[in-house]
Write a protein that binds this ligand. Structure first.
Ligand code: 13P
Length: 282
């Protein structure tokens, strides 16, 4: 059964590891992630962007598909189904009504007051359905569903304010990470991360997990990060394997073509789970 992120993130914060948030794009992604995390005995958060939800047909399709996989694959690890970067109350409500166990309301493009206001509205609705909520302060750089953002670092006082005024499960303070591939070495503000963690006492989220060197991931976990989002890295792993397969094969069965990336995706998942320290934490 799906669960919300509360217990998994509180345990991760206490025991100093991070739960992987892995974005799904289709049935195969969801299946591979669930199988590999079950194998490694790791809790997992399946992230779904608005674009991915549209691609897959809608929130009900995804909820039905993931619940079916949990049952048919006998998945026993903690799994959350999470809306990634929900842009409005309406979108969050749609995901919740379809059975998502967790949502992110991304009010980071709003001013602080409006961000807090929409976050409160989402929490009021989510709480009645036992759904956890993540919010964002500052602006994560790179491209989210094709829309490019500038990096804008979160201010500690804004993070403290949103946490004091709402009942958030977790918060994503933008501190230099970007979605997609980094140009050069990622420059994360660890000092501010630690300060926000200490002053809010909330498990924090690091977006843009692709391409962050291992030592910086470990440093982020030690500074209070309890959930790390990864999307592009699994896509790159799959794409590399697929390219090789297509260039060397005439197979046209989609199960063979799409499935040619299975072991590459699973290897990438395993590397992240072990790096984040969430193996055997289910
Ligand atoms: P990457 O695609 O850079 O791994 O970022 C994923 C993410 O942060 C999803 O919210």
């Amino acid at each position: 059964m799906l669960e919300n992120m509360k217990n998994m993130l509180e345990k991760a914060k206490k025991e100093k590891y991070a739960v992987p948030h892995l974005n799904i794009n289709n049935l195969e992604w969801a299946k591979y992630i669930l199988e590999e995390c079950q194998e490694l005995n790791s809790p997992v958060i399946l992230g779904v962007s608005e674009g991915a939800a549209k691609y897959m047909g809608g929130y009900n399709v995804i909820s039905g598909m993931v619940n079916g996989l949990l049952k048919d694959l006998n998945i026993t690890i903690p799994v959350a189904l999470h809306l990634d970067h929900g842009s409005s109350f309406e979108t969050c409500k749609k995901a919740i009504d379809a059975g998502f166990s967790s949502v992110m309301i991304d009010g980071s493009k709003l001013n602080l007051e409006d961000n807090i206001k929409v976050t409160k509205e989402v929490i009021a609705y989510a709480e009645s359905k036992n759904v956890s909520v993540e919010a964002e302060i500052g602006c994560i750089g790179g491209s989210e569903d094709g829309v490019s953002n500038e990096i804008l670092h979160a201010k500690t006082e804004d993070c403290v304010k949103i946490v004091n005024e709402t009942n958030l499960c977790t918060l994503a303070p933008a501190l230099g990470s970007v979605h997609g591939i980094y140009k050069g070495e990622p420059n994360l503000n660890f000092e501010r991360m630690k300060e926000i963690s200490e002053k809010t006492n909330l498990p924090l989220v690091l977006h843009g997990g692709t391409g962050i060197p291992d030592d910086k991931i470990k440093m982020a976990i030690s500074c209070g990060i309890s959930k790390i989002n990864v999307n592009t890295e699994l896509q790159l792993a799959w794409h590399g394997a697929l390219k090789k397969f297509v260039l060397n094969n005439d197979a046209y069965d989609p199960r063979k073509v799409i499935g040619s990336g299975e072991s590459a995706i699973k290897e990438a998942i395993k590397a992240k789970v072990i790096l984040f320290g969430s193996n055997n934490k289910a």
